[in-house]
Ligand binder design. Structure first.
Ligand code: NAI
Ligand code: MG
Length: 398
């Protein structure tokens, strides 16, 4: 068999620190691949005016599978200030490269698993009846639509006359917003399409069916956001009726869901949501199973797929040598990549090794000890990033 080629895009900050750890673990699990490096992130915005350079896009188009660390994104005004002197005022606009990547390659299916590891000191606990302390076991897969909704980028401040005129055709706009001077008006649209809403809902049902779960939860807000949330709920209800007779649709509102998250997280296994609410609910669930140091994700399109930890570049934590951050989120993202390309055995090996290290509890990064994120953690017994990787590699069954 020819070796696979994987495009590695470390990006910024701790992305650079954790991605190389995942590669060590992949190698230890016997996964043989060629890796090609793709430039991405803030430094390429500053020096070239493009955080997602064409050369990196070409690599992804050629090899189809990417492992991504994290990038630093900053607001519009800061982006302009940090652009190289020769590029300023030449019409460059900063867009988050990961959002651009998801949209350009239709990486519309985002999967974010949140699963309790036995013995993780960061597991969520709650007080049950009679004061007993309970540690509910969380096992949920969040399906987040990845390309539309509030992240679609269709937005205006001081909209053009044409846009304004279009808005004025809506009775609610006339009633509630016509008083506002145009320059003081900011509009971000929440667009859902039937095609992509159907794709994410379908992915959730297929997963429920494969895993034997009987309920798919649509986490939106259709009572208020009638058109977009309403479309997703309706598609799910029809799909259940017509294609998945054994699976029920449960409908929760994002706000209530965030409260239920800590009341009964064990009752949810498959959640589907639009881009914004999917982002929120997946971070919420991640908090129950250890936080961002553990949260992994997949961005899957019809041709290309990119795997990344949910966390960002954590710049405050990026400058320490040795590195302090937890590489597990990145390593578990690499596991998702292995699953996706049909290397389930190797994925399982890595997953089990991570689970064993956590359960034994001998090697813990600072976050697992609830310590402030700085090198003082080492003197209190915290492992550094590489030591955590070594511990995981040590548990990979030969
Ligand atoms: P962040 O995820 O980088 O960090 C938030 C906090 O989570 C950190 O301060 C740290 O306490 C903890 N944390 C994150 N990763 C960890 C790890 N591997 N081990 C242990 N603890 C960890 O989010 P923040 O600070 O809001 O954003 C920093 C930068 O990252 C921003 O520029 C933001 O735009 C960008 N970002 C990029 C993302 C991406 O590349 N997909 C996602 C989220 C944020
Ligand atoms: Mg997020």
């Amino acid at each position: 068999m020819t070796k696979r080629t994987i495009v590695t895009m470390p990006g910024d900050g701790i992305g650079k620190l954790v991605l190389k750890e995942a590669l060590k673990v992949l190698e230890a699990a016997g996964f043989e691949a060629e890796y090609v490096h793709g430039d991405i992130g803030w430094e390429f915005w500053c020096t070239e005016g493009d955080p997602f350079p064409a050369r990196t896009q070409k690599l992804l188009e050629q090899y189809k599978i990417g492992l991504f660390g994290a990038i630093t994104s900053k607001p519009k005004d800061k982006a302009e200030v940090e652009l190289a002197a020769g590029l300023k005022g030449k019409g460059y606009t900063y867009y988050s490269p990961i959002v651009s990547m998801r949209q350009k390659y239709d990486l519309d299916l985002c999967m974010r698993p949140c699963k309790t590891f036995k013995g993780n000191p960061l597991n969520f606990i709650r007080r049950g009846f009679g004061g007993v302390i309970e540690e509910p076991s969380v096992d949920v897969m969040i399906f987040r639509q990845n390309t539309e909704c509030l992240y679609g980028g269709v937005e205006w401040t001081n909209p053009s006359d044409q846009v304004y005129a279009a808005l004025m055709t809506h009775a609610k706009f006339r009633e509630n917003f016509a008083w506002c001077p145009k320059p003081d008006l900011a509009v971000s649209t929440r667009i859902f399409t039937r095609k992509y809403t159907t794709r994410i809902v379908k992915a959730a049902f297929e997963y429920a069916k494969a895993k034997g779960f009987k309920t798919v939860t649509v986490c939106e807000k259709p009572n208020v956001i009638r058109e977009t949330s309403g479309m997703m709920l309706k598609i799910a209800q029809e799909m259940a009726k017509n294609e998945y007779p054994g699976i029920n649709v449960q409908d929760t509102n994002i706000d209530a869901q965030m409260m239920w998250l800590t009341k009964n997280p064990e009752n949810y296994h498959v959640i589907v949501a639009g881009n914004m609410f999917g982002d929120i609910v997946s971070d919420g669930f991640a908090g129950l199973v250890g936080g961002l140091g553990f949260a992994c994700s997949a961005n899957i399109g019809p041709e290309i797929a990119v795997f990344e930890p949910t966390h960002g570049s954590a710049p405050k934590y990026a400058g320490f040598n040795p590195s302090i951050v937890n590489p597990m989120a990145m390593i578990l993202s690499a596991c998702m990549m292995l699953e996706h390309i049909g290397e389930s055995e190797k994925a399982k090996k890595i997953y089990n090794a991570v689970a064993t290290v956590i359960e034994e509890g001998k090697v813990k990064t600072y976050d697992m000890m609830k310590l402030p994120g700085n090198p003082d953690a080492f003197s209190k017994g915290a492992a550094n990033t590489e030591q955590m990787t070594e511990a995981i590699i040590g548990k990979i069954a030969k």
